[in-house]
Ligand binder design. Structure first.
Ligand code: 5GP
Length: 199
């Protein structure tokens, strides 16, 4: 049964390496909103330690396209610079919204724009490094990627940063705790609900 108090969509994007996952984990612990994380579907293979249904719904390309054709996705894209499909399943969103949850979608910039078209009242937050140079230093310090991979990631990040102004909020992730506090502030300050555009 739909609740009288439908929840809200919260869309979070930002370049890889900006520390989004760490920040989001902390937000879930600290924010005083009934947050629920939407587990995306993807065609990329699981990384070590990732679990099907917890980190992603891992689908074959054929399964993904079948579900796409059946209209199972709120949005899906072949994510720029990744070479794999990613998408938000309606089944991750609708039941939680109807239960009054605040559904957090961690999607790329194309996904975010597509969600906004259907849910103009979604809260959109772009988590970003202070600059591309800061991101470069962070990736270099991590030491897990080869130089060519760092350049590739920075190029993707540059493209993504051109979308930053289209988000309602930008949060600079210089310091994890400050970024977490800022996102919690944004969520706790928002009082409107999230009915789709056509309702
Ligand atoms: P990763 O493969 O590192 O887990 O994620 C790669 C990128 O895919 C991230 O930038 C993330 O935001 C994006 N992504 C993850 N899930 C979705 C989704 O459901 N839809 C879209 N459009 N992008 C997604």
């Amino acid at each position: 049964m739909p609740s009288d108090n439908p929840g809200k969509l919260v869309v979070i994007s930002g370049p890889a390496g900006a520390g989004k996952s760490t920040v989001l984990r902390e937000v879930f612990h600290h924010c005083r909103r009934p947050l629920s994380f939407s587990v995306s579907a993807t065609t990329r293979p699981p990384r070590p330690g990732e679990l099907n249904g917890r980190d992603y719904h891992f689908l074959t390309p054929a399964e993904f396209q079948k579900r796409r054709a059946e209209g199972d996705f709120l949005e899906c894209f072949e994510v720029f610079g990744r070479g794999h499909w990613y998408g938000t399943l309606w089944s991750e969103v609708t039941p939680s919204l109807e239960a009054g949850k605040w559904v957090v979608l961690e999607v790329d910039v194309d996904g975010a724009m597509a969600v906004l078209e259907r849910f103009p009242q979604a809260i959109t937050i772009f988590v970003r490094p202070r600059s591309i140079d800061v991101l470069r230093k962070r990736l270099e310090a991590r030491g897990t990627e080869a130089a060519a991979e760092i350049e590739r990631r920075l190029e993707v990040a540059r493209q993504e940063m051109t979308f930053a102004d289209r988000y309602q909020h930008q949060v600079i992730n210089d310091d994890v705790q400050q970024a977490v506090n800022r996102i919690c502030q944004i969520l706790e300050a928002d009082g409107t609900n999230a009915l789709p555009a056509h309702q």
